[in-house]
Design a protein around this ligand. Structure first.
Ligand code: SF4
Length: 392
C-alpha cells in the first residue's frame, strides 16, 4: 500500500512526499539487480561500498565476488595478511581502500568481537570509513537515517533543488546532507539511500540527464528552470601534478629485483621495480630526450635521467662501481591518478660489473615466474609485461 499523501496545504510538503515516496517506489520496481543488493550483511555492503568509490559498477562486480570468496567474513579478512588482500585488490586501484579495509576488519575483531558496529560513531572510528561509507552501511544494512552523500547524490540533489553554488563547497555539501537527512526521516532508509544512488547512476547522469524518464521530474527545480544540464557546479580543479618515474629492470642470475612501496601513501604496500620519482619539470627537455643508440635505435638515458637512474642503481647495488653502465629504455607507460599523473619509463642497465650484490635489506629478488604472485599497481603490470616481451 502506498503511504498517504500529505494535505496539499503545503506544496513543499507535497513535493517532499513526491521525492521520498515516488523515488522509493520507483527504486523498488526498477533497480538493477546487483550482487550487493541481494544481501543485508553489513560486511558485504561495506566491501561493496568501499570498492565502488571512484570505480564503475561493471568493474567492481568480478572483484566483489572474488574478494568475498577469498574473505567471506570480517574474521577471514582480519586473519589474512596484507599482501593477500592487496593481491585480491590488484587492478582495482586506490589501494589505500584495501589496506584500510583490512586494518578496519582487524579492529572490528579486536574491539567489537567481530560484529560490525551499528553505531555510526564507532563505525566512523575505523580506518578508511568516511561519512559516505558510514552513511551507506548504516542506512542500507542497519536502516538508520544517516545520509550517504557521494558525487552522484550531490549531483541529483543539486538538480532537484536547483542549487547553483559549487557542490564541493563545504557549506553547500552540508546543506545537501541536511536535505537528504530530512528525507531519510520520512523514508525507509535502506530503500531511499539506494534510490538516490540509482537515480544518479542511471537517470540523472552527469551528462544528458534523462529527465523524460525521471520519476521525480515534477518535483525537480532544475528541470523546471531548464538548468539540469548545467548542474552541478564545481569549483575549478587544480591541474594534476606531473611526475616522471624512472624504473629499473635489474635481472641477476637469481631473478628480477623488486621492492615494496612504503606501507602508507600512494600505492602503499604494493610492489614495484626499483624506481626514482622526479617532478616532470625537473627534467630539461633536450638532455632528457636521451639519444638513440647509434646502431640499434633503442633510447639510451642521458642527462638528469641518467643521473637519477644511476642513483637508483646504486641503491640496489651499493658499493658497486657502476659508472660505465648504460641505461637502455625497454618500456614506457602513463598512469593517471586523481591528483597526479605518472609517466613511467623502464630502463635496463647494460654493462653491469660482475659480482654486483643486491642490497637484500631493501630489495627482494624474484624469479620471472613468481613475479605474478606479488601485488603490483596496474602500471607496473603493464610495464613488466612489455619488458618480458622485449627481453625474452
Ligand atoms: S528531472 Fe532530470 S535533472 Fe531532475 S532529477 Fe530527474 S533526471 Fe535529474
Amino acid at each position: 500500500m502506498n503511504p498517504p499523501v500529505p494535505s496539499m496545504a503545503s506544496t513543499d510538503l507535497a513535493r517532499e512526499w513526491s521525492i521520498v515516496h515516488i523515488l522509493s517506489m520507483w527504486y523498488r520496481d526498477h533497480h538493477r539487480r546487483l550482487p550487493w543488493r541481494e544481501t543485508r550483511d553489513p560486511y558485504r555492503i561495506w566491501v561493496s561500498e568501499t570498492m565502488l568509490q571512484q570505480t564503475r559498477v561493471e568493474t567492481v562486480i568480478p572483484y566483489y565476488h572474488a574478494f568475498l570468496e577469498r574473505f567471506p567474513d570480517v574474521a577471514a579478512l582480519a586473519a589474512s595478511d596484507e599482501e593477500a588482500v592487496l593481491k585480491c585488490w590488484q587492478g582495482l586501484g586506490y589501494y589505500s581502500r584495501a589496506r584500510n579495509l583490512h586494518r578496519a576488519a582487524r579492529l572490528v575483531v579486536e574491539r567489537h568481537g567481530g560484529r560490525i558496529p551499528d553505531d555510526p560513531r564507532a563505525f566512523l572510528a575505523l580506518p578508511g570509513v568516511g561519512a559516505y561509507t558510514a552513511g551507506a552501511v548504516m542506512s542500507i544494512a542497519f536502516h538508520r537515517p544517516i545520509p550517504a552523500v557521494d558525487g552522484n547524490v550531490l549531483r541529483v540533489v543539486a538538480r532537484l533543488e536547483n542549487l547553483c553554488d559549487p557542490v564541493d563547497h563545504p557549506t553547500v555539501r552540508r546543506r545537501i546532507e541536511r536535505l537528504v537527512e530530512g528525507w531519510l526521516q520520512q523514508a525507509e532508509p535502506a530503500v531511499f539511500t539506494q534510490a538516490l544512488m540509482e537515480l544518479g547512476a542511471v537517470v540523472c547522469t552527469p551528462r544528458s540527464p534523462r529527465c523524460g524518464a525521471c520519476p521525480v521530474r515534477s518535483a525537480c527545480r532544475a528541470h523546471r528552470a531548464g538548468t539540469a544540464e548545467d548542474l552541478p557546479k564545481r569549483a575549478p580543479k587544480r591541474p594534476r601534478r606531473q611526475k616522471v618515474v624512472l624504473a629499473l629492470w635489474c635481472e641477476t642470475g637469481e631473478g628480477v629485483v623488486v621492492e615494496q612501496r612504503p606501507a602508507d601513501g600512494l600505492l602503499g604496500g604494493m610492489w614495484q621495480l626499483p624506481a626514482h620519482e622526479l617532478d616532470a619539470d625537473a627534467l630539461d627537455a633536450p638532455s632528457d630526450a636521451g639519444r638513440d643508440a647509434e646502431s640499434g635505435g633503442a633510447a639510451e638515458a642521458a642527462g638528469p635521467v641518467r643521473r637519477a637512474l644511476m642513483d637508483c642503481l646504486q641503491r640496489v647495488f651499493p658499493g658497486t662501481a657502476c659508472h660505465a653502465v648504460r641505461f637502455v629504455e625497454v618500456a614506457r607507460e602513463r598512469h593517471v591518478f586523481t591528483h597526479l599523473e605518472w609517466s613511467v619509463r623502464l630502463f635496463r642497465p647494460e654493462g653491469m660489473p660482475a659480482g654486483a650484490r643486491v642490497d637484500r635489506t631493501r630489495f627482494r629478488v624474484v624469479c620471472r615466474d613468481e613475479l605474478g604472485g606479488l601485488p603490483w599497481p596496474r602500471v607496473y603490470e603493464k610495464l613488466i609485461s612489455g619488458a618480458l616481451q622485449m627481453l625474452i
